[in-house]
Design a protein around this ligand. Structure first.
Ligand SMILES: Cc1cc2nc3c(=O)[nH]c(=O)nc-3n(C[C@H](O)[C@H](O)[C@H](O)COP(=O)(O)O)c2cc1C
Length: 211
């Protein structure tokens, strides 16, 4: 069975958030064309995502040097298990849908923390003498992102660091296919919000059939 992780951070009601609105439409259409798939929603605003601190860095370096997780102290293993909870769930899925508004040219904090949590040595990434090897092969991802400004096909496209980073980290972890639906210009063209929503929704409905 195909498992899909729908990862979002919105705690606003669906009607207030345009990225969630488009994400929900994608999901509704996706369910119609993939009725057998299991869909798991992760609302990051409700999750206790561990953050990378000094203790974690020490453990990370030990693992990177080849120390086995079973050789870590109990306290170190407890820290790792908080990260592994998210990494294991991520590995068990086949497709990922990330839904977020752009904040300060990047991803919301919790989404970045989530990506840190799933980037675990021995789980989603390993290192050999040639460097890193991403272990999330044969998966695919979709990034649905809204923004106040217009980024796509514009001279500020390169300052969309959020999508660039998400794409990079997923590639780094072994996932090569990253689709994108961008609802941009929501603040610049306030009077065209309905039109922009509808355009993105059309794209979402089309992509949902083949994703
Ligand atoms: C704190 C904050 C920072 C923002 N930073 C940016 C930004 O860097 N670029 C941009 O185009 N829009 C920015 N915005 C606007 C939001 O991206 C835009 O309002 C949002 O995409 C609306 O989407 P939503 O309805 O899905 O929440 C920012 C909004 C907030 C609240």
């Amino acid at each position: 069975m195909t498992t899909v992780l729908y990862i979002t951070e919105h705690n606003q009601k669906e009607r207030k958030s345009i990225s969630s609105w488009v994400g929900e439409r994608f999901l509704r259409e996706y369910k119609k064309s993939h009725p057998e798939d299991k869909i798991i929603t992760i609302n990051l605003s409700k999750e206790n995502i561990p953050s990378i601190d000094n203790e974690f860095v020490d453990i990370f370096n030990k693992l990177k040097c080849g120390i086995q997780p079973s050789d870590l102290t109990t306290s170190e293993q407890n820290i790792i298990s908080k990260f592994n909870k998210f990494a294991d769930q991520f590995i068990s899925a086949d497709k990922y849908i990330f839904v977020n508004p752009m904040f300060n040219h990047f991803l919301p904090n919790k989404l970045k923390a989530y990506l840190d949590a799933i980037s675990m040595i021995g789980k989603t990434i390993k290192f050999n003498s040639n460097g890193p090897i991403g272990l999330l092969k044969e998966k695919k991802a979709l990034h649905i992102q809204s923004s106040g400004g217009v980024y796509k096909h514009n001279d500020i496209e390169s300052s969309d660091f959020g999508h660039k980073y998400l794409k990079y980290i997923m590639n780094f972890l072994g996932t090569e296919t990253i689709d994108g639906i961008f609802i941009d210009g929501l603040d610049v063209y306030k009077d065209k919000r309905d039109y922009l929503k509808k355009q993105a929704s059309k794209k979402a409905i089309e992509l949902a059939k083949t994703f």
